[in-house]
Design a protein around this ligand. Structure first.
Ligand code: PXG
Ligand code: PLP
Length: 448
C-alpha cells in the first residue's frame, strides 16, 4: 500500500486519530505523511499494516532480546492480571515483587543485592541520583551533591537524567537542569573501525581526577556512566577504562553508578555490562530487557551497605527511610513479566547465545568498512553501530535515509544522531544477520 489513506483505512484509523498522538522521539510531521504502522510481532519479526514481515534489527528499542510474543511471558502476564491486576506499592507488598527482587540479585555481580523497582530506565536513573545524594546526607556528608556524567551519555529524559546526560540535542530545549559535570567521551580518532573494545583510551578516566580537583571530592556524590554507551551509537569502553574510573571513585569516596538499561540482561554476552567488563559499580540502573519489553519496568540495584545506610539512620521503624517511589513500582503484572523473562533467558541460555553470535555480527558489520560515508564501525556483544558522514549541514539526514530504505526492504534498524544502530535479537540466526547487513550495505550505496 503506497497510499497513506488506504493504509490508515486498513488499520481502521482516521486522520484525527493519527493527528491526536504526539509521538515520542519522532519526526511527527514526516511520520504522519507516511505512517509506518506495526500491527503484530512474533519471534524476530514485526508485521506491518501492509502485511509485510519486517526483521527487528533493534530488538524493539533494545527491549525484546528473547524475541516477541514469547508464550512463557504472555501467559505469565495474563495469569497475573487475572489474579492481581494491581497492588499498592507503598506500605504493602505482593509475593512476586520479593521473588523478582531476589532473582535479580542472583543475576547480578556479587554485592549488588538490594532492588528498588521503577517503571522505566529514566525513573531508575532519577532514583539512582536521588539515592546517591541522600546516601551522603545520611552519612553526614550533605555537601556531596555534584553528579558527574559523561559526554555522549544517555540517561533517559527526566531532569536528572538529561543533566548528567551528554547528548546536547536532548538538553538544549529544556533550560537549566541540576548540578552536573561531564567526563569526556571515549571515541578517540585512532580507535575508528576497532572491533570490540579499543585498547587505547583508559587514560581518559583520569579526567575524573581533574573534576575532583575542580569541585573537591567533598562536593561530589557520584559518577554515572553507561559501561557501553548505547544511544550515542554503541561506544564500547576502552580496555582498563572502567577499572580506572572504579579506582578513582574508591580513592575519593565517590559512588560509581553503571546505567545498564541497555547493557543489562545479556546484550553484552554476559549477565551485565559489569560482568562483561569486569568492574562492579555501587549501584546499577536497569530496565528494557528486564521484562523482555513486554511490560514497562525498571529498577535500581544497590550494594547492601547503601540500603543499610538508609535503614540504620531512618528514625523510628514505622517512619519512611526514603520518601521516594512510583505508583507503578513493582507493578504485579510487570513483576510476573520480569520473572518469566528471566526464566526464559536462563532456559534458552540466551546470554551465552549472545556471546556465541557476537563474532559473526562483528565480522559482518565490519565488512561494511569502505562503504561510502561510513566513517566508523563499532560493536560489542549483539550491539553494533555505524557512524555516517554528515550531509552538508544535516548530520541526521543520511542515517534517516538509510533507516527508511531498510524499512522499505523489510528491516527495522535504529537511526539516531549521525549513527545507525543495531541491537539484534538474542535469537537471531546467521542467515538473518547476512540479509540484514546486505540490505544495510545496499541502502548505504543508494545514498546520493
Ligand atoms: N539509560 C540508558 C543507558 C538508556 O539507554 C534510558 C536510561 C532511559 O530508559 P527509558 O525506559 O526511560 O526510555 C535508556 C533508554 C536508542 C534508544 O535507540 C535508547 C533508549 C531509549 C530509546 C531509544 O538508542 N535508551
Ligand atoms: N502527579 C500527581 C498529581 C500524582 O498524584 C502522582 C502520583 O500519585 C504523580 C504525579 C506521580 O505519578 P507516578 O507515581 O506514576 O510517577
Amino acid at each position: 500500500m503506497n497510499n497513506k489513506n488506504e493504509r490508515l483505512a486498513a488499520c481502521g484509523l482516521t486522520q484525527q486519530q493519527l493527528d491526536a498522538y504526539w509521538m515520542p522521539y519522532t519526526g511527527n510531521r514526516d511520520f504522519k505523511q507516511d505512517p509506518r504502522i506495526i500491527v503484530s510481532a512474533e519471534g524476530n519479526y514485526y508485521t506491518d499494516v501492509d502485511g509485510r514481515k519486517i526483521f527487528d534489527g533493534l530488538s524493539g528499542l533494545w527491549t525484546c532480546g528473547a524475541g516477541h510474543s514469547r508464550p512463557e511471558i504472555t501467559e505469565a502476564v495474563s495469569r497475573q492480571i487475572k489474579e492481581l491486576d494491581y497492588a499498592p506499592a507503598f506500605q504493602f507488598g505482593h509475593p512476586d515483587a520479593f521473588k523478582l527482587a531476589h532473582r535479580i540479585t542472583e543475576f547480578m555481580p556479587e554485592g549488588l543485592n538490594r532492588v528498588f523497582f521503577t517503571g522505566s530506565g529514566s525513573e531508575s536513573v532519577e532514583t539512582a541520583l536521588k539515592v546517591a545524594r541522600a546516601y551522603w546526607r545520611k552519612k553526614g556528608m550533605a555537601s556531596k551533591t555534584c553528579l558527574i556524567g559523561r559526554i555522549k551519555g544517555y540517561h533517559g529524559v527526566n531532569f536528572g537524567g538529561i543533566s548528567v546526560g551528554g547528548i546536547g540535542a536532548n538538553r538544549v530545549l529544556y533550560g537549566e537542569g541540576i548540578e552536573a559535570s561531564h567526563l569526556p567521551h571515549t571515541m578517540l580518532p585512532q580507535n575508528t573501525f576497532v572491533k570490540g573494545m579499543p585498547t587505547e583510551g583508559a587514560y581518559l578516566a583520569d579526567e575524573l581526577e581533574q573534576l575532583v580537583a575542580l569541585h573537591d571530592a567533598s562536593n561530589i556524590a557520584a559518577v554515572i556512566v553507561e559501561p557501553l554507551a548505547g544511544s550515542a551509537g554503541v561506544i564500547p569502553p576502552p580496555v582498563g577504562y572502567l577499572q580506572r574510573l572504579r579506582d578513582i571513585c574508591d580513592k575519593h569516596n565517590i559512588l560509581l553508578i553503571f546505567d545498564e538499561v541497555i547493557c543489562g540482561f545479556g546484550r553484552m554476552g554476559a549477565n551485565t555490562g559489569a560482568e562483561a567488563f569486569g568492574v562492579v559499580p555501587d549501584m546499577m540502573t536497569i530496565a528494557k530487557q528486564m521484562t523482555n519489553g513486554a511490560i514497562p519496568m525498571g529498577a535500581l540495584v544497590a550494594r547492601q551497605e547503601i540500603y543499610d545506610t538508609f535503614m540504620d539512620t531512618g528514625g523510628k521503624d514505622y517512619m519512611l527511610e526514603m520518601p521516594h517511589g512510583y505508583t507503578y513500582s513493582a507493578h504485579p503484572v510487570a513483576c510476573a513479566a520480569g520473572l518469566a523473562a528471566l526464566d526464559l533467558l536462563e532456559k534458552d541460555q540466551l546470554v551465552s547465545r549472545v556471546s556465541s553470535m557476537a563474532p559473526k555480527l562483528e565480522e559482518l558489520l565490519h565488512s561494511l568498512k569502505g562503504s561510502q560515508y561510513v566513517t566508523d564501525i563499532r560493536n560489542y556483544g549483539l550491539a553494533g553501530a555505524l557512524t555516517i558522514e554528515s550531509a552538508p549541514g544535516e548530520p541526521a539526514l543520511r542515517p534517516y535515509q538509510i533507516a527508511m530504505s531498510c524499512w522499505k526492504k523489510g528491516f527495522y534498524v535504529r537511526y539516531g544522531g549521525d549513527t545507525i544502530q543495531l541491537g539484534l535479537p538474542f535469537t537471531v540466526e546467521t542467515d538473518e544477520m547476512d540479509r540484514l547487513i546486505n540490505v544495510l550495505g545496499e541502502s548505504i550505496a543508494e545514498l546520493s
